[in-house]
Design a protein around this ligand. Structure first.
Ligand SMILES: [Mn+2]
Length: 456
């Protein structure tokens, strides 16, 4: 995406591809963004060296304080209990909604907020104790002390072992839990509340809805995740050749994220060639590419806790067969029709029906097996769902697909869109997806890669 978007900058964004140009139909003025984007990252460079991204952190203590205040307004007089989640394996990242509220990356940590009259009455972060032996093995970890209060801006911190007793209290000193229903999120807090036989409600949908209209810095982080995903896909384009393997393309993609500063993939990378192009969530990535195959790559980086989700489908041989082009063009036209519906007040379902209508005209709708898109941000599949109203500042994907198993021919095209006050702008349009532009870019990418490995 063009992250440097000003009113003038929008025009150049829209002229980049025909898909982005959609947002200008019947609209002589470039649409104003409700959320200005002021990131300083450069436009996507596909052929230069990989440079780590550095966009401002979206989850600062100032941002999380505002988010907790907005949450309290929704809680009224209720209590929210949310946990960071377990450190199961690999590199820990806290549950996205916990992190959104705290900016804290400590396994098992718990946040309790009690609201009164729609304002934060008590907020306390519970952390494991200072443990130098643990830190010797694993590195520094935030502990329950003044430093944690200063760093997080959360009014009070406690020891992890105390959060249950603080909630329930004793007969002499009543705890934080009121007779009203607490909102909860996280398995261990679920079990605890169950053990008290108190009624509770899941906090997940409430928090997702609160977070769905993204802040300026969140949009910049999503944009960076999308940009590095496009770059990583372009690098994989050069790897996809007859005789190479699906896992080699996967390795190029995930290396492409990491060397640019991403946490890693935001979901298991899908690289499905030939028959595997028709398995929607194929992820073993173990087949050897053959000339004439088509390959679906549905992938996305996670960066500063925000997700990208971009799909490109390319021919292994470097050009589509006539039949592949026919199907690809139908999916492309469906994606254009779907994206054209995006605007405040519309829904993903509207986009779905528009895309399905195009595929029905080509007699391909029976091969369209999933919804046309979803919200994107803290989660790969985020709010809004199919029927949630789109609002300026939301980010959604549009990803129609046609999967003809008997022909080993699956095609999916996925782009990410920011909803504006009057329509939407494409955040993933620097990596082409229109049929002609895609093939031209694929061939250019391979030619450049071949030059790099040519003997001197
Ligand atoms: Mn998707």
């Amino acid at each position: 995406m063009k992250t440097q978007i000003t009113t003038a900058g929008l025009l150049s964004v829209f002229t980049l591809t025909s898909l982005a140009g959609l947002a200008l139909q019947g609209d002589p003025e470039p649409p104003a963004l409700m959320v200005p984007i002021s990131s300083t990252t450069a436009p996507v460079d596909f052929f230069g060296p990989a440079v780590p991204y550095d966009v401002p952190a979206p989850t600062t203590k100032e941002a999380t304080a505002k988010r907790r205040a907005r949450l309290a307004a929704e809680l009224g007089d209720d209590v929210l209990i949310i946990s960071a989640g377990e450190d199961i394996e690999g590199r820990f990242h806290a549950g996205a909604l916990f992190y959104w509220l705290t900016g804290v990356q400590v396994p098992d940590a718990v946040l309790v907020i009690r609201a009164v009259d729609g304002e934060v009455e008590t907020e306390r972060l519970y952390l494991p104790p200072k443990d130098l032996s643990h830190e010797r093995w694993n590195g520094p970890r935030l502990a329950p002390n003044k430093e944690a209060i200063a760093q997080t801006g959360i009014a009070s911190v406690g020891k992890l072992k105390d959060w249950r007793s603080d909630l329930t209290g004793t007969e002499e000193s009543p705890g934080l839990l009121t007779k009203r229903s607490p909102y909860i999120a996280g398995e261990d807090v679920d079990e605890f509340i169950d053990s008290l036989e108190r009624k509770s409600r899941s906090a997940t949908n409430l928090l997702r809805a609160l977070a769905a209209v993204r802040e300026e810095a969140e949009i910049a982080a999503i944009g960076a995740a999308i940009d590095m995903t496009q770059q990583a896909l372009a690098e994989a384009f050069a790897v996809v050749q007859p005789g190479a393997w699906e896992f080699e393309a996967e390795a190029a993609i995930e290396s492409g994220y990491r060397k640019r500063g991403a946490f890693g993939p935001s979901f298991p990378s899908i690289v499905g060639s030939g028959p595997n192009s028709c398995y929607l969530h194929y992820r073993s990535n173990t087949r050897q590419f053959q000339a004439g195959d088509i390959v679906v790559m549905d992938v996305g980086a996670r960066y500063k806790n925000y997700c990208a989700d971009v799909t490109r489908t390319i021919p292994v041989s470097g050009d589509f067969t006539p039949r592949q082009l026919e199907v690809y063009t139908a999916v492309w036209d469906a994606s254009v029709a779907g994206a054209a519906t995006l605007k405040p007040g519309a829904t993903i379902r509207d986009a779905h029906m528009a895309a399905r209508g195009v595929l029905a005209e080509r007699d391909m709708d029976q091969y369209f097996l999933h919804s046309v898109g979803h919200g994107l941000g803290l989660f790969v599949h985020d709010t809004p769902g199919n029927r949630g109203e789109l609002k300026p500042g939301m980010v959604v994907t549009i990803e129609p697909g046609v999967y003809i198993a008997e022909e080993e021919l699956g095609v999916r095209i996925e782009n990410d869109w920011l909803i504006t006050e009057t329509g939407a702008i494409c955040l993933s349009n620097e990596l082409p997806s229109a049929p002609d532009e895609l093939i031209a870019f694929l061939q250019e990418t391979r030619a450049k890669a071949a030059q790099k490995v040519a003997p001197k």
